[in-house]
Ligand binder design. Structure first.
Ligand code: UTP
Length: 494
């Protein structure tokens, strides 16, 4: 860009910023080099300034501090397919849905979609969360685990399973470099696509002023996992899926090493259940304590929705059924199937498709406009706005929920210590491996409390389920150790 174009862009932007009271973003413009000036102008121009004043009014400087949750007229628990398909509560034909799902995978109609653009602030790991060493024995990175799922399922069903990975501007380059350094985890890189999600400005909490992260850069944050639905469209990923004949995405977050990333039964139910419009489906894990901080599946005015734990009135959260279970017991582990047509409909039906925003108060470093110094605040000073993917559920005509046992499929890594930390996740990974081995007939040493007294790790390349591990034991007995002693570390790899 020449100095002349920079200065005419500067004039135009200065006016637009003044119109919305954000002219301070140019405070240091005169001190910057020509290159920095051009970068600043581009970064500001990339923000959606037109929508800013309305967003600030609605979400940032609200009288109540946070926009009130508007309860629906009726809120009922969402029905779900129980994990046990023979349960009297709602029996269902697992075998036929398994077959339907396997056919879709074999026909190349399924892709894996992973959202990995988050900032992972709670974990405090220096790098994209997908690079985090997550497994209990080998410390495999989360990206490698998912890559092994893609390879294992592709081999089993003799099909190409493309993998789409959403990053954010803050971690994109590091993520792609990691894939390169790891030789793309032995995947065919022609079938792996990384694309970036959008960002939102970060706002000063009291005034709604957009913060400056550097003198030449406004502070921004990724626009939430819900941003994936428009990023899939804008990045060309949807178009790529159309060319390949991909019809449904298995949606996974990056931070759950127990996820069954390609699950034929779930795929089959999503695509073929009579009460599913095959647009967006979900898994649920049972919530047993009213205060557990997970969103719950509800029927809100008849539509399957997730209501955040902070929005579910205490009275409803603690209601119990006759059998003692919570009435609103369907917790969301953020596992979905989403159809390509559904995402296309959301984007093409309305060019400015956007889910509602959720407000979070966070600590965001910023440049002090008077001194020019960068400040690291020690208490929340900013509002970040994010979209959540589950807010797309009510847009589906009919959406189903499938129960999955928590110990089989949910061991998130969110926090450095305590609940949902690497330590709890690794214990759960080992516990699931122990359970699978026991089903296969292998004796597992256990502590008096019943936990495995050993560290166990099973690669998805060997088995994606307990049934497959049992098959392996019969077909390839030498691969599976049968003598496990207390304190052993056992890794089952191909
Ligand atoms: P979380 O809600 O746990 O957020 O993301 P986070 O950013 O990873 O972690 P904290 O809250 O800063 O500690 C759940 C999933 O959604 C993805 C994350 O990468 C993770 O897989 N995500 C989140 C995105 O892809 N983009 C976002 O903007 C936010």
């Amino acid at each position: 860009m020449t100095a002349t174009t920079t200065s005419s862009q500067h004039r135009a932007l200065a006016q637009s910023l003044a119109d919305i009271n954000q002219q301070h973003l140019l405070t240091f413009y005169d001190d910057l080099s020509e290159r920095q000036r051009a970068a600043l102008l581009d970064r500001i121009a990339a923000l959606d300034l037109d929508e800013t004043p309305a967003l600030i009014k609605k979400y940032v400087v609200t009288d109540s501090g946070s926009p009130a949750f508007v309860p629906s007229r009726t809120l009922d628990p969402a029905p779900y397919y129980p994990a046990d398909c023979e349960s009297a509560q709602r029996p269902w034909d697992r075998a036929s849905f398994l077959l339907a799902g396997e056919e879709l995978i074999a026909q190349g109609k399924i892709a894996l979609f992973t959202v990995a653009g988050g900032q992972g602030t709670r974990l405090g790991y220096d790098g994209p969360k997908g690079c985090y060493p997550a497994t209990p024995a080998l410390g495999k990175p989360l990206f490698r685990l998912l890559a092994e799922w893609v390879i294992a399922a592709s081999e089993r069903y003799n099909a190409i399973i493309p993998w789409y990975i959403m990053t954010s501007p803050a971690n994109h380059e590091q993520t792609v470099r990691f894939f390169e350094d790891q030789n793309w985890f032995n995947l065919d890189r022609a079938h792996v696509m990384h694309f970036q999600q959008g960002v939102m400005p970060s706002f000063q909490m009291e005034t709604g002023a957009i913060l400056l992260d550097q003198k030449d850069a406004p502070a921004t944050n990724p626009d939430g996992h819900g941003g994936s639905l428009r990023a899939l469209h804008r990045s060309g990923a949807l178009e790529d899926m159309r060319r390949r004949g991909v019809e449904h995405l298995s949606y996974t977050q990056i931070d759950n090493p127990l996820i069954k990333a390609i699950d034929p039964v779930f795929i089959g139910l999503h695509a073929a259940a009579p009460d599913s419009s095959a647009e967006m489906s979900s898994k649920m894990v049972e919530k047993t304590l009213p205060e557990e901080r997970v969103g719950v599946f509800c029927l809100a005015d008849g539509k399957t929705s997730v209501v955040e734990y902070s929005d579910l009135p205490d009275k409803l959260a603690s209601q119990r059924r006759d059998d003692g279970a919570l009435r609103f017991n369907a917790g969301s582990p953020a596992i979905h199937m989403i159809s390509v047509d559904f995402i296309r409909r959301l984007n093409e039906g309305d060019a400015d498709f956007a889910l509602p925003f959720h407000r979070a108060q966070k600590k965001v470093p910023f440049i002090n406009l008077e001194t020019g110094k960068r400040i690291e605040p020690d208490s929340p000073n900013a509002v970040k706005l994010e979209m959540f993917v589950f807010d797309a559920l009510p847009f589906a005509h009919r959406s189903i929920v499938l129960e999955t046992p928590r110990e089989e499929e949910f061991a998130p890594i969110k926090n450095k210590n305590g609940a949902d930390s690497p330590a709890t996740s690794q214990a759960l990974q080992s516990a699931r491996a122990a359970h699978w081995l026991e089903i296969a007939g292998v004796a597992i040493p256990r502590t008096p409390a019943g936990d495995p007294d050993c560290t166990l790790e099973v690669s998805p390349l060997v088995a994606m389920s307990a049934t497959q591990l049992k098959e392996q034991l019969t077909q390839n007995p030498s691969k599976i150790p049968t003598n496990i002693a207390p304190g052993d570390t056992v890794v089952i790899e191909p």
